[in-house]
Design a protein around this ligand. Structure first.
Ligand code: FAD
Length: 435
């Protein structure tokens, strides 16, 4: 081994960037941040008018998936935060009921506020009225008279209509790397290396001693895995000396789409952010008002229509993560249970009625509404090593010394919102306890 660091952080994504900042702020540690992808995404990648996850995009990694659905993850500085939908809603308050000790609601609230509060690092706020596209305006005017509306200024989502909180500045995603890593660059204790893939962690006598990369082994006192749910699972499953099952359970938000044709296409220059308003139902479904056809945001996607998503959030879908014969990580998603499918299809019927309503008359071509029976994925996979089960309340892995996981892998339970804000909230809180 040629190098030695106090801590190696693997993955510079949503969580890893936060950890790199926290661990080097005090100036007492040497920290190496290793990222498999490229460096800083440019403005074209970060534009809210695109999801740069099509084939050949430098900031996206396709992940082999055993259920036939395309799965992708962000890569490079910022990880998935550089390419995602920039929806930054908290989980609901009662989603934390079964979290382990140390995660009482006051702690959770304080950590979220550091990200999405008025002076929060992620520059997150609800979309303003002047930013809404025509679909979101029609969607909100339909639901506003029928269900509760989240009051402006309330940071917690409700069962009802929720304007999406989004991490953005000047039309660009505010990535975790912009918010946390960029200010830390130049600290003497921080070394950042991109284009380096960690294959496994090295374990000797129950203690982690370093990581293995294609260009050699790197020694350290502690490894923090922030490689994302699928990346971290791959590293764990490839590493000897860890008592990790060969197949890890995973959560995913499964979604069906209700498509329609637009009377008139919006101009490319005016394309709003992809997802600006959602309804959360009593039955644990998120109705997602996508602004337009995915094909207008993602290169190489064609022959689609504008859609509204009907997504099972709580209970969530399940699946497994494992290694294939070549040592690559794979995700298999289970078929949703019949009762979940029944709930989704009942809500899809409501959405069809919504699209046929007078509020959408100026947008939807009559007779064009169609429910797609395919059950898709939200690209959210989480919870392979949940806190309170496989790791402690700060991501320390049971049964081995010197190994911690801080990323989507450790989110416990199901959440009625997307995982981004909550993954970063967990990273922020754990990072502050180590800073
Ligand atoms: C297309 C897409 C859209 C999404 N939209 C939303 C949304 O709008 N709202 C929401 O709430 N959630 C959304 N999500 C999910 C959300 O972005 C993720 O849950 C969150 O970013 C996960 O953070 P993370 O730190 O766990 O992983 P990531 O941010 O994915 O970071 C992992 C990093 O580790 C690196 N890495 C992986 N393996 C290795 C290795 N072996 N060696 C070195 N580096 C490695 C990766 O390149 C990556 O940079 C979306 C996800 C995707 C992919």
């Amino acid at each position: 081994m040629t190098d030695r660091f106090d801590v190696v952080v693997v993955g510079a994504g949503s969580a890893g960037s936060v950890l790199a900042d926290a661990l080097t702020r005090g100036g007492t540690r040497t920290v190496l941040l290793l990222e498999q992808g490229p460096g800083w995404p440019d403005d074209a990648v970060r534009s809210l008018q695109r999801l740069p996850i099509g084939s050949g995009e430098p900031h996206a990694t396709p992940v082999p998936e055993a259920s036939g659905l395309p799965v992708v993850r962000g890569r490079g500085l910022g990880g998935s935060s550089a390419v995602n939908g920039a929806y930054f809603l908290r989980r609901h308050r009662d989603d934390f009921d079964d979290w382990p000790a140390g995660w009482d609601l006051d702690t959770v609230e304080a950590a979220y506020a550091e990200l999405d509060g008025p002076h929060g690092r992620m520059s997150a706020s609800p979309f303003g009225d002047d930013e809404l596209g025509d679909t979101a305006i029609a969607f909100e005017s339909f639901w506003r008279t029928r269900i509760p509306v989240r009051p402006p200024g309330d940071p917690w989502p409700i069962v009802g209509l929720n304007r999406v909180v989004s991490n953005r500045r000047d039309g660009l995603r505010m990535t975790s790397a912009e918010a946390f890593l960029r200010p830390a660059i130049g600290r003497p204790g921080l070394t950042v290396r991109t284009g380096v893939t960690v294959g496994e962690v090295l374990v000797v006598d129950g203690r982690v001693t370093g990581v293995r990369t294609a260009s050699g082994d790197i020694a350290c006192g502690e490894v923090i895995l922030c490689a994302g749910t699928l990346g971290t699972a791959g590293i764990l499953l490839r590493s000897g000396g860890l008592s990790v099952p060969r197949t890890l359970g995973v959560g995913e938000h499964r979604e069906i789409l209700v498509g329609y044709r637009r009377r008139q296409e919006t101009s490319a220059a005016d394309l709003p952010a992809l997802l600006q308003s959602v309804v959360h139902t009593e039955s644990g479904v998120e109705i997602r008002c996508y602004s337009d056809d995915f094909g207008r945001y993602i290169g190489g996607v064609s022959g689609r229509r504008p859609v509204i998503g009907v997504c099972g959030m709580r209970p969530a879908g399940t699946g497994q993560v494992f290694l294939d014969d070549t040592g690559e990580v794979r995700l298999h998603l289970d078929d949703p249970e019949r009762v979940v499918l029944q709930t989704l299809s009942a809500i899809a019927d409501d959405v069809r009625d919504m699209l046929a309503s007078s509020e959408f008359a100026g947008i939807v071509e009559s007779g064009s509404i169609m429910i797609d029976p395919t059950v898709g994925t939200s690209q959210h996979a989480w919870g392979t090593m949940p806190m309170g089960v496989a790791t402690d309340g700060a991501g320390v892995v049971d049964g081995v010394r010197g190994l911690r996981i801080v990323d989507g892998s450790i989110l416990p339970g199901d959440g009625r919102s997307g995982p981004h804000a909550t993954t970063m909230m967990v990273a922020y809180r754990v990072g502050e306890t180590l800073a």
